[in-house]
Design a protein around this ligand. Structure first.
Ligand SMILES: [Zn+2]
Length: 589
């Protein structure tokens, strides 16, 4: 592993040599032929179908999706590399349309499968190997599925009902313009631009940005709140009254294939651990020279180190930390570099942030970074390569079972980041760098674990309040109480934050989605604690967990890894890791 790593753009050649060459044209043609063939199989879908026929139909479907993913990913990656490229944008739109047509034309398979009575489905499923969990999971919703005419009515009415309300919420809030004085000049900003100001070093500017955000949302709070009340009632009527889920959150839990009591325990443990982040925020106040942190300041920058990590050194460091855990991890990550699937340059027009894109099980994933040499960027590299390793460990699975379920999707990425940070903390002599690394970890943990957990706790409460007839003002008051519980005496929360909830699209569009972030991140911290305690004996269990991808139920995988997510003590382990990080910060800050 003595390669030199240079910062460059990626190559998409292993997908197609060019966006308009013969290969890609052939792919489009193939897609059409295979889909037409697939449609002809429809008459085979009866109770009398043999297992061999069933498997061959699934394989035909998988083959269609493999081609679909290749062309759509090509467009998506090409566009990410240069968002100013109109040809790439055109191809993105064309392939999106194509994939949506494909799924419509092949939808009859999953509809048939979900509807098939248990007595036929159960024996068919046995012996389907890697497809088993995928087939099983599709049928989870069967007990909550209504008759076909009822489902049709719900679908039809949803288009102009709750879905239209969701779109309306987007349309209204996307039009908002924010006016903030920046460097003596009043600027008109989008929400994205406005939110970048809350990370400014100027405390007044941070405050002005939030005040403007909630002035705008506050002006419309009564109407946005009313929309929320309607969405919540619709959710209750459909999920609880008609589909017979026990509670409003149960419908989401089933989608994540997690039992209600696990999520209950998770959220309760978060509620009991507000102290960790309160200590962190008190420390942050001290570091930015404030008596007490205001809610305006929670994203204030504290980075101190100015020593950049040169790219080759960063890459070597990340690979070394993977290798220290298991040489195979480093070899897999090396593949991303060796095949030129990594775009790390900072270029005009390139998509910001970072991601890892897995196209198909038979191709090495692509990773996009905007590497600028900060300790933060090194951690991001470990995170995204962690995603790639997760995919590659599961590359022996089918397209339908390679990807880990949502609650497990961040496991390898966050774990990879933890390993790297640990190693850098052990080696790094520069206190400023150590401090920056730890701050980043706890900052991220706040945003992905605790903030999301408190949104979910609020959603649970708000769903009940709406049914009990609460007004928008009463819900806003409850939201304020939620913030006060979360921040205790560590953070001063200004009055306008009571309108924050009407500004969170997730709670409108995908109720109870947010806890998946909490679950995923806290799970990894708790796993990391197990690794520290168990050492070598932990590794095979962990590697098995990752290699399973999405081929088994999350609870089964976690059970096999010896992890009991039903127990509060397990989740507490995650907070213990965070608490130790805050201890370290208190010593060096
Ligand atoms: Zn991630």
């Amino acid at each position: 592993m003595t390669n030199t790593y240079t910062q460059k753009a990626w190559s998409l050649n292993s997908l197609y040599p060019s966006p308009d060459g013969a290969e890609i044209k052939a792919a489009f043609k193939d897609l059409e032929t295979q889909t037409a063939e697939f449609e002809k199989k429809r008459p085979l879908l009866t109770e009398k179908i043999s297992r061999a026929e069933l498997i061959s139909i699934i394989e035909a479907l998988e083959s269609i999706y493999r081609i679909g993913h290749r062309v759509a990913s090509y467009a998506e990656l090409w566009f990410s590399a240069n968002t100013q490229n109109q040809d790439a944008l055109g191809m993105v739109m064309r392939t999106e349309q194509l994939v949506s047509e494909l799924s419509n034309r092949t939808l009859f398979f999953s509809l048939w499968w979900k509807d098939l009575p248990d007595e036929f489905a159960q024996p068919l499923m046995e012996g389907t190997g890697d497809f088993h969990y995928w087939l099983e999971e599709m049928r989870h919703f069967k007990p909550h599925t209504l008759t076909e005419p009822e489902e049709k009515i719900i679908n039809t009415k949803n288009v102009t009902g709750v879905n239209a309300l969701g779109t309306l919420y987007d349309s209204i809030t996307n039009r908002y313009v924010y006016k903030v004085e920046v460097e003596g000049e009043v600027k008109e900003l989008t929400r994205g631009e406005l939110m970048s100001l809350v990370r400014s070093t100027d405390p007044d500017l941070r405050a002005r940005a939030y005040q403007e955000l909630y002035r705008v949302y506050g002006d419309d709070a009564s109407i946005l709140g009313q929309m929320y009340q309607t969405i919540v009632r619709d959710w209750r009527n459909e999920e609880v009254t008609l589909r017979k889920y026990q509670t409003p959150i149960s419908a989401r839990n089933l989608a994540n294939d997690l039992p209600d009591e696990v999520i209950e325990t998770l959220l309760e443990t978060c509620r009991q651990n507000t102290g960790v982040f309160e200590r962190f925020f008190k420390l942050k106040a001290k570091l930015i020279g404030m008596e007490k942190l205001r809610r305006y300041d929670i994203y204030a920058p504290v980075a101190k180190a100015d020593k950049p990590y040169e790219y080759p050194r960063a890459a070597a460091k990340v690979l070394e930390s993977f290798s220290n855990f298991d040489p195979r991890f480093a070899q897999l990550a090396e593949r991303v570099f060796a095949e030129d699937h990594l775009d790390s340059e900072v270029r005009k027009g390139k998509r910001g942030g970072a991601f890892c894109a897995t196209v198909n099980p038979d191709i090495t994933p692509w990773v996009l970074l905007n590497y600028q040499g900060k300790a933060d960027d090194v951690a991001t590299m470990a995170h995204e390569l962690g995603h790639a390793i997760h995919s590659m460990l599961a590359e022996h699975h089918s397209l339908f079972t390679q990807h880990a379920n949502l609650p497990l999707a961040e496991t390898a990425s966050t774990f990879g980041e933890m390993m790297l940070v640990d190693q850098m903390l052990a080696e790094e002599t520069d206190e400023a760098v150590r401090r920056d690394l730890l701050f980043r970890q706890v900052d991220d943990a706040y945003a992905t674990i605790q903030r999301q957990a408190f949104f979910a706790l609020f959603e649970k409460q708000a769903h009940q309040m709406v049914i009990d007839g609460a007004s928008v003002d009463e819900i806003s008051e409850a939201y304020m109480e939620n913030l006060k519980t979360q921040f205790g005496d560590a953070v001063e929360v200004a009055e306008e934050f009571k309108y924050e909830w009407v500004s969170i699209p997730h709670i409108y569009q995908v109720p109870f989605y947010v806890y998946a972030y909490t679950f995923g991140q806290l799970l990894v911290l708790a796993l990391y604690k197990r690794f520290k305690a168990e050492g070598e004996s932990f590794k095979p269990k962990y590697i098995r967990l990752l290699s399973a991808g999405g081929s088994e139920a999350p609870m089964k995988l976690l059970d096999e890894a010896g992890v009991d997510v039903r127990k509060a003590a397990f989740w507490q382990g995650g907070f213990d890791v965070l608490s130790e990080m805050v201890d370290k910060l208190e010593k060096i800050a």
